[in-house]
Ligand binder design. Structure first.
Ligand code: ZN
Length: 268
């Protein structure tokens, strides 16, 4: 895939609703950078500070708590991706499916009223890998968008293809990563295992260096033993160069936006 027509998204806004610092870079960092380059204003709502996540290096949390470290990492990554505004909420990491449900619902509704987005991106029902926090954010975002009825902005679900994360790990191991290190705390094959097929994919090959740079801002999550640190530039470009989306069937007002970057997938 190569140079595609560059749409002008000046004056357009995309609202992204995710669970933890690093979700934005991992799930759709290339698309966010590409949208920003095309002129779109990207606003990210991050439901939690990720305070219950793993820590790659205890020295990073020697003087401050993990939530604060990860919040700063998110702001650094957002700068690289061109995200205009980051709002980090302090809903409890690990309990996003059940805790603060009415509050987070209202926050998303208010954000839609305030920013009037041309599209909203969140997780699909599978939460990338059945991560309950991600599923909770999907549920809150779906409900909040749906509450706008026929005036709702188009809602997009980001997914990962099944087998991709395993391929990334296998490639990193072939390059010398110790095979026993599993920084995801789950089987890599769980990524995308339950994902429904995308309705379109976005070519982000040329944005992979920024996606990787943004991912590497999340130092507390992506230490030297992480597979993303053990890919050649060419391997990263191949493995991280396509991002998957599915347009929600919810009734929506306005034209779909992100598909203008995408290539449609014909599903069986
Ligand atoms: Zn997450």
């Amino acid at each position: 895939m190569s140079a595609l027509p560059v749409p002008d998204f000046s004056g357009r806004t995309i609202l992204v609703v995710l669970a933890h610092p690093d979700d934005e870079s991992l799930a759709c960092g290339g698309t966010l950078a590409r949208l920003a380059d095309a002129g779109a204003r990207i606003v990210l709502l991050c439901a939690s500070r990720g305070e219950r996540g793993s820590v790659s290096d205890r020295a990073l949390t020697a003087n401050e708590d993990l939530g604060r470290v990860r919040s700063r990492e998110l702001h650094d990554a957002a700068k690289i991706l061109g995200i205009a505004e980051v709002r980090i909420f302090a809903h409890p990491d690990g309990d996003l499916r059940w805790a603060d449900v009415p509050q987070f619902h209202v926050e998303i509704v208010l954000a839609i009223q305030r920013y009037k987005p041309d599209g909203v991106i969140t997780f699909a029902e599978d939460g990338l890998y059945w991560h309950l926090d991600h599923i909770g954010v999907h549920e809150r975002t779906y409900t909040a968008v749906k509450s706008f009825g026929p005036w709702a902005p188009p809602l997009y679900y980001v997914t990962m293809p099944q087998g991709l994360m395993q391929e990334i790990v296998d490639t990193a191991v072939a390059n010398g990563l110790r095979p026993q290190s599993n920084p995801f705390n789950i089987e890599p094959d769980a990524f995308g295992d339950y994902a429904k097929p995308p309705t379109f994919v976005v070519d982000v090959h040329d944005w992979v260096p920024r996606k990787l740079a943004a991912l590497r801002c999340h130092r507390s999550q992506i230490g030297p033993d992480h597979p993303f640190q053990h890919l050649t530039d060419e391997q990263a470009r191949r493995l991280l160069g396509v991002e998957h989306f599915r347009l929600s069937p919810l009734e929506a007002a306005g034209h779909s936006v992100i598909e203008q970057l995408g290539e449609h997938v014909v599903n069986q």
